[in-house]
Design a protein around this ligand. Sequence first.
Ligand SMILES: Cc1cc2nc3c(=O)[nH]c(=O)nc-3n(C[C@H](O)[C@H](O)[C@H](O)COP(=O)(O)O)c2cc1C
Length: 328
Amino acid sequence: MSRPHPMMFEQALASAVRAPSPHNSQPWRFVLDGETIQVWLDRARVLGVADPLAREARLSCGAAAFNAVVSLRAAGLATVVRTIPEPGEPDLLAVLRLDGNRKSTRSDRDLAEAVFRRHTNRRPFEARLVPPATRVALKSAALQEGGQVEYLDTSGRYSTVTALVRRAEALQENDPAFRAETASWLRHDARAPDGVPTIATGPPPYGTRAVSLRASHANPALPPREFEQDPVLAAVLTRDRGPDAEVRAGMAMQHVLLAATAAGLATSFLSQPFETPQTRDALDRIFDGLGQAHTLLRVGYGQPTATTARRSVADVLTRRATPDVLTR
Ligand SMILES: Cc1cc2nc3c(=O)[nH]c(=O)nc-3n(C[C@H](O)[C@H](O)[C@H](O)COP(=O)(O)O)c2cc1C
């Protein structure tokens, strides 16, 4: 194998931090150990109210790991990813090791480039169909990471799940702890290194909508707009459950998001039903037989909106010379 250039790791880490995370909390730390990248859960950044079990945080770290993999692939480097490789270290979520050279494909380069364009779009989408071939491509993206995409419209689950989204949204809006946590991550300054800046929020909805985006992410200063009534909603699932499945699901989710971005699609999340115990159990029953549903994505066409800032790589990286001993 030809020696990788150090810049390739810098680029992989710069890609990793572009991952999505709930409220842009960025619950990760990285260790660059020779030519190995470790992805650690940062418990101090897990959302205590919305995500007490760190499920969404593990999805986010899986997404960060996938971004790094994609960047290395585009640079002609294959990687092997081991998720939660050490039973005694449950917060070491992924280890990426180089696995020889590989010729990068057009798709690798498209995904690597999409890392820096992908963003959550909370504005209304256009009334334009997502072509069947693109829907299939997103399913295939999830499958490549051991995940699965289930479209709610074709699986007969649309109205039950969207009803749960609305129910969870109402529960959260009436929960002071939830509201306080969400408010604590809202930022007015677009350069703030974490949190959701005002420029990334959407307009308040006008009229009725089939699907409820988070009211707390609607910007009252914008004129109300009509949202699309029946957006394409894609659930990302894995057969297995538990922390390891959550990291893998994060990788699958990110592959779907990047493939969607590369195909010119806009995306956003509907996480409310995963975050309240009452609706979470109902959600489990709805997907019973398919495995564990991890996240729900809204997919469609929309005008690009703002990308949001991140903490710098230097803020989240430890460089190590000595392998196998980790001091945090
Ligand atoms: C697991 C997970 C759940 C999320 N849930 C929501 C959500 O319910 N509503 C929302 O507007 N954004 C949600 N987001 C998007 C984040 O707020 C977003 O990724 C973060 O603010 C960074 O912005 P960006 O995606 O534009 O880079 C979620 C992201 C992740 C990874």
